[in-house]
Design a protein. Structure first.
Lengths: 81, 81
């Protein structure tokens, strides 16, 4: 069956995020003050698997091997069915 | 008050996403077949506003003026309180 999985990948707590700081500064230059700004990436993956559990395991491996850098990123996997 | 807003920015339906295709290909090269793969960006913004409605309006302007390209992106704003 086809399973749709949503993966959120973000920098671990405490990691510097220069891109987010640059965006925050650019917003400030346009007159938009912000207290905090952080960013993350989302992937929606549809894959063939025999169960949602198998789909989750496959996507976890994709995260470990390609999508995320486990040293600096944390990721969350949600099976959407 | 401080309001936390989550912004999801993705390419509009039908736009080509060469980055997603490259990731899908790289996953395939590692043995991970996928039926579909699409990506999006997430921003978590905390800002000062007098109401959640005002916060949403401000973030909508941020999207229109900086965060998204309205020609190619669609965005969703969720006020998290």
């Amino acid at each position: 069956m086809n399973v749709r999985v949503k993966v959120t990948i973000a920098l671990k707590e405490g990691m510097l995020d220069p891109e987010a700081r640059a965006i925050q500064q650019a917003l400030a230059n346009l007159g938009f003050g912000t207290e905090r700004l952080s960013s993350a990436r989302l992937f929606y993956i549809t894959l063939e698997a025999s169960s949602t559990k198998e789909a989750e395991q496959k996507v976890r491996q994709m995260c470990e091997r390609l999508l995320a850098n486990p040293v600096i990123h944390r990721y969350a996997i949600e099976v959407e069915g």
